[in-house]
Design a protein around this ligand. Sequence first.
Ligand code: PAF
Length: 281
Amino acid sequence: MNIIHSVQEMQARADEMRRLGKTTAFVPTMGYLHAGHVSLLRIGKQKGDDLVLSIFVNPAQFGPNEDLSSYPRSLERDLELAEKEGVDAVFVPTDKALYQDGYQTYVELEKLPHHLCGLSRPVFFKGVTTVVTQLFHIVKPHVAIFGEKDFQQLAVIRQMVADLKFDIEIVGGPIIREADGLAMSSRNAYLKDHMRPAALSLSKALENSRQMVQSGISDAREIVEKATEILAAFPAITIDYISICDPVTLDDVALIEGRTLMAIAVALEKIRLIDNTILQP
Ligand code: PAF
């Protein structure tokens, strides 16, 4: 497994792989890998004959009051896991390699970021699209895989790739959950045992909403009210949003008539947790 820190070296490797006729699958991450990332790597393994992982905690996607400095990191463990999963190359750039002195170019979408997570994290998607654009130019993949847990991020990337004509297939990987239903996330590392029941209320609220839709309820407001009740039973939770919306435009829907996204974001004692599901009558 190649571990590459330099942009030029990564680009030269990408050119060589293309010359050899290989299909490169790419999984961009911020490290602290868990079973969710592993599932994305396994999809990548199926999709390509060259698998590249990047590990970079992207400062541009963190706001001034967010957890950039405390974001969990475990490079050594991540590299072991990557090796075990058959990753061919890991790109681990420094901050300066991607945001050199004088850096001034950002990629920003006009509409999708003004929904859901973008409302409380105003710089997040601009940071994500900017770094993913850079990574695409450095890794030069044919296929890139992103988790559906960050549903809005996946929607934003798909839109950017279509708008900017990136010749890259974008693949979504299903949410991977712990046995008790908690969606896998690097931020779960912050959770203390006593917070677990509250953390589980997100997946419980989503499950309950799916059941409501199955039983014939289609009024989004009624479903949001019930979900709010489930989350509000835990005083440590502050709800950021509970949204029922179109999975492509992310615009609110009032009546669930077809494939609809339900997404939740909360702060649990300052730990940001998100989860989502598809509601289908
Ligand atoms: O989902 C993530 O881990 C990050 O947002 C990404 C896509 C690697 C960009 O920094």
